[in-house]
Structures are given as C-alpha cells and as structure tokens.
Design a protein around this ligand. Structure first.
Ligand SMILES: [Zn+2]
Length: 314
C-alpha cells in the first residue's frame, strides 16, 4: 500500500483491475476505466513507403479511418537537447516507487518545438496539431522538458511487440495561450529500448550508476557525468514517430496529452535491464502489465496497457 496521492484514492491496484476506479485530489473520478483516449497504445502496422522505411503516421486515434497519414516535413516536431552536465548536485535520480526519474535543478536550454495551427480557434488544445494537414498555416511552440523516467517493460507496443525498457520525456508546452490558460499542456516523448548485442548502452551508464534501489531515495548524478538526452533519441535521419492524443499512464489517467513515440528502438544490455529489475525488487513491488480493450471497441488493434503496481509483503 502506498500513501494516498495528495488526497486522492491510493494506488493499490489489484490483479483483477477491481480498484481501477478512484478520484483525484479534487474528487474528480479517474479516467483510467472510462477514458476514450487512454495511453499507452499498441501502435498498429504502418504503411511501408517505397524506400522501405516506415512512414510516420498522424492522429491514430482520430476519425480519419485506418489509413496512415504521413506528417508533412514542415509540421514535424523537432527535438534538441544540449548536454546536461552534473556538478554533483544539480541532477537528481529519484526512485519514487513507480519509476526511476531524472530531474535537474539547473537551467536546461532544450529546444523542442511542435507545430500547431496558426488560427486561434484551432488552438484550444495542444492536440489540435493532430488534425492539421500540410496546407494549414502553422506556428511553432516550444515544449520544455520537465523530467524523464523509465518503464520496464515498455508501456507502448509496436504491432503487439513489447520492449524491455521505455523512456518518457515529459514536457510542458509553453508559448501557446490556450495551454497557459488551462494551467499547462503536457507533451510526452517515448523512446523504446531493445536488447542490443553491443554491451551496455553508454548513454544510460551515469543514470544507472546513480539509480537508487530503495523507494523514496534520491541520488545525485556523479559530478562530471552528463546526460545526452538528444543522443538517446534515434538519429535525425531515423526520427519517424507516431503521434496521438492520449493520457497519463498512471492515475488519474488524465487525457488531452500529446504523445510522440519513436519507431526506431535504441539499445540496452541485458545487464542494464537486470539492474533496473533489481531496483524494482528492492522496493518490494512487482510491476505487471496487462492489456484492456479500448473503450471505443472499433479498431481492434487499439488497446491500452496499464502497468499495475502490486505490493508484496515486505
Ligand atoms: Zn511514463
């Protein structure tokens, strides 16, 4: 059992999913069971272009039917993250009992930009970007990274395939009046990791080294170590992604988030996966992922997965 999240229902999710209902701190019901735009999803097969690359698709959850829809180059999201160098006390690695999360206490001059409709009436939400086409006038707004964290195994699946690790970079969208008025919009970028044969992923080493095994513990990244988030993304030539309107993957499962999930996995070693697993065990908890049908029930490939946190007797 975990402490209630600031007045809301505690997260004590059972195997049978019988406690998926709850309320947030303000008494509003969670959307985990009733939502129609829930994350994560099982990304469906995408059309294959003549060059053999998977094309990016837009608005998977929209009303446009099952056809894929490549995002015009001028409307694609761009990511730039400078190196984040630790001075020994400015980058934290946190075990919050659900995930391992990295946060920074010093400025991080990242430049992530999303194209949104230029017309004000279309920018009521950040997800209005999903209904744009190549001919719509667009402006670019910034998304500022707040933290990144990991899930093992992955939450998203690609055509039914799960991965040993998924990284989520959580951004707040800035510079869009509708988001400012709503108290902020969230954009999440997902990066999948598959087992590689080339040994440990050096880009994860510093974070893994600082990973606290005990729930509630916080470690600083070693002085001199750096985080190269940009290098943890696929190379510029392979940044195909799916983008869709989804939700938080944990209660209250709030919707209206803009998701990007890269289609090219990065690599992680079996040893690194093992370390992450050790960390979970140290909390006395097991993470179990399950599938549940999407409530729309129309497109059978669309399923939402939820990772249940099951507390074992300590
Ligand atoms: Zn996440």
């Amino acid at each position: 059992m975990q402490a209630p999240p600031k007045g809301g229902t505690p997260w004590n999710w059972g195997f049978a999913g019988d406690d998926w209902n709850g309320v947030d701190a303000s008494g509003r019901p969670w959307r985990c069971l009733s939502g129609l735009r829930q994350s994560p999803i099982n990304v469906p097969p995408l059309s294959v272009r003549r060059d053999g690359l998977l094309s990016s698709v837009l608005n998977l959850l929209g009303s446009g039917g099952d056809e894929t829809n490549e995002i015009p180059r001028n409307l694609r999201t761009s990511w730039f993250y400078p190196r984040l160098v630790s001075n020994g006390s400015n980058v934290e690695v946190i075990n919050n009992g659900h995930t391992i999360q990295a946060e920074w206490l010093s400025p991080f001059a990242a430049d992530v930009q999303i194209a949104v409709p230029a017309l004000q009436f279309n920018t009521a939400t950040v997800t209005a970007v999903l209904s744009m086409d190549a001919y719509d006038p667009a402006v670019r707004v910034r998304a500022t990274p707040l933290q990144f964290h990991f899930h093992a195994t992955s939450e998203h699946a690609l055509v039914g395939r799960y991965f040993p690790l998924e990284m989520h970079i959580v951004h707040r969208v800035t510079g869009l009046p509708a988001c400012d008025a709503a108290g902020g919009c969230i954009m999440v970028t997902g990066v999948l990791f598959e087992l590689g044969s080339g040994g440990d992923n050096p880009l994860l080493e510093a974070i893994w080294e600082a990973m606290p095994l005990r729930e509630g513990a916080i470690n600083f990244l070693r002085a001199g170590a750096d985080i190269r988030l940009g290098d943890l993304l696929p190379p510029l030539s392979a940044r195909n992604y799916v983008t869709y309107e989804g939700s938080l993957t944990t209660p209250p499962c709030s919707e209206g988030l803009l998701w990007h999930v890269f289609l090219q996995p990065q690599t992680i070693s079996q040893a690194q996966v093992g370390v992450y697993g050790t960390c979970d065990k140290a909390t006395g908890d097991t993470y179990i992922c399950r599938l549940r049908p999407n409530k729309e029930g129309v497109r059978v490939w669309m399923v939402s997965a939820a990772c249940l946190r099951v507390t074992t007797a300590a």
